[in-house]
Design a protein around this ligand. Structure first.
Ligand code: ADP
Length: 431
């Protein structure tokens, strides 16, 4: 007798990953991966064929079937790249290429959006879903009705056969208003004839799996499909963060902070907007500083060597750096002309490196202070993700300087993280 499984799927740009989670232990029992051909990229454009997602997804299902696991799966939930979008017809066949998250061709459309969308909207910028949909609408021959299809919708419709539903997280960059849970009226001024999908909350039940897939892949006919979320929210949830005050700092090439908070915050000048996460909100800010600054001044080998020479409890250098790769910062300081501070540079490379790391920690500290000032709930735990976990000095200084305990992430796989939406739901249902 086996406990039922949850299948979490992370539909990315370079690959699709699947995680099988045991519903009893809530732990992953297996991971699967299928690579995708990279998008075709030019100066401002980045496209991929939506059919590729389906091929890759079916390959993943085949792998799970070959491992004789499909019959035990009772729940399926996906995350996908935010703001990757295509147009489909009434039969959900693509009528355009997908414009990827990093496509920036829709500059003229972004200018139109800027004129009428409220400042707080997630639809601003040339890489927003709305700008891309407007561009696609203009540049696709019209012979039939079109529908907006986020990357996640394409696979969810394949699974359930139910078109025209999406989740509030993927809809944010299309201009959806997550506070009132409505499509605002101004969108129809920009896209008068398009039908927008119904929006549900991440983790909500979408539908049963299609009978055809039960037959083809050996799923149980009880298998349910749920509305998912974006890739970055799924990665956040993988860390183990799930309650009010839980935060995740990503120590990657850049420094990104996310925090679960009671009230939504929108501060476009800092690039801060809020995603709905059940009855709470996820806010985040991203700085231009981060681990890449260390690699600008030291190659990886030198970095590792110098880190070894820095003592366990080093004395503060008082260099007070704000390290930036180039001019301009968005969060926690909003100033496109900001130069940061890297002066003076000492002769001793370990002192310099320590000063840089102190600088990174003070930017992170200021980041959480800024979120609190803007109305976020107090930070109670800080999970950590990214390559900076390997930097002992960075981790030690963080645990000394930050105002909440610093923890390692439980997992890093978004395919695992997205399944936590179902856990959060059952938590709330019990209380
Ligand atoms: P990305 O955001 O590009 O995915 P990662 O999460 O891989 O980046 O983190 C990259 C950063 O991690 C680098 O800029 C570097 O500062 C740090 N890093 C990577 N490997 C090591 C290592 N072995 N030791 C110390 N720091 C490391």
């Amino acid at each position: 007798d086996r406990s039922p499984l949850i299948l979490g799927i992370d539909l990315g740009t370079s690959g699709i990953r699947g995680a099988l989670i045991d519903t009893q232990t809530r732990q992953p029992i297996a991971f699967y991966a299928v690579p995708l051909a990279l998008p075709i990229r030019n100066a401002n454009t980045s496209e991929q064929s939506p059919e590729l997602w389906l091929e890759g997804f079916e390959l993943l299902l085949r792998k799970i079937q070959n491992a004789q696991q499909t019959a035990f799966i009772e729940h399926i939930i996906l995350d996908a790249t935010s703001s990757t979008v295509c147009l489909v017809n009434a039969d959900y066949q693509p009528v355009s290429m997908a414009l990827m998250y990093d496509d920036k061709r829709a500059t003229a459309e972004a200018q139109l959006i800027a004129k009428i969308a409220p400042r707080n909207s997630g639809a601003h910028g040339a890489s927003s879903t709305l700008a891309k949909v407007m561009w696609l609408y203009e540049n696709t021959p019209h012979s039939e009705s079109f529908f907006v299809c986020h990357q996640i919708d394409f696979i969810n419709v394949f699974l359930t056969g139910l078109p025209q539903i999406t989740d509030a997280n993927n809809a944010l960059k299309m201009g959806f208003d997550p506070i009132n849970m409505v499509w605002p009226d101004w969108i129809s001024q920009l896209l008068p004839t398009i039908t927008l999908p119904k929006v549900v909350l991440p983790g909500d039940f979408l539908g049963q799996i299609q009978p055809g897939l039960v037959e083809k892949y050996g799923f149980s006919s009880k298998t349910k499909v749920y509305a998912g979320t974006t890739d970055s929210i799924a990665a956040f949830l993988a860390s183990g963060a799930h309650q009010l005050g839980d935060a995740v700092t990503s120590l990657g090439s850049t420094l990104a902070l996310k925090l679960i908070t009671e009230k939504p915050i929108f501060a476009p000048e800092y690039g801060i907007y809020s995603h709905r996460l059940k009855n709470q909100w996820l806010v985040g800010g991203a700085s231009n500083t981060g681990g890449a600054v260390l690699l600008k001044h030291f190659d990886l080998e030198a970095l590792i060597e110098h880190l070894k020479k820095i003592p366990e409890r080093p004395q503060n250098t008082h260099l007070d750096y704000y390290p930036l790769l180039c001019q301009g910062e968005r969060f926690p300081i909003s100033d496109p002309c900001f130069q940061g501070n890297l002066d003076p540079i000492p002769d001793n490379p370990e002192t310099f490196l320590l000063g840089l790391i102190e600088g990174l920690v003070s930017v992170e500290k200021l980041g959480y202070q800024r979120l609190t000032e803007l109305g976020a709930s107090p930070v109670t735990r800080i999970f950590t993700a990214g390559g900076g976990l390997k930097n002992r000095v960075w981790m030690t200084l963080r645990s000394q300087e930050l105002s909440a305990p610093v923890l390692q992430s439980l997992h890093t796989e978004a395919a695992f993280g997205v399944t936590q939406l179902l856990e959060i739901q059952s938590f709330n249902d019990q209380t």
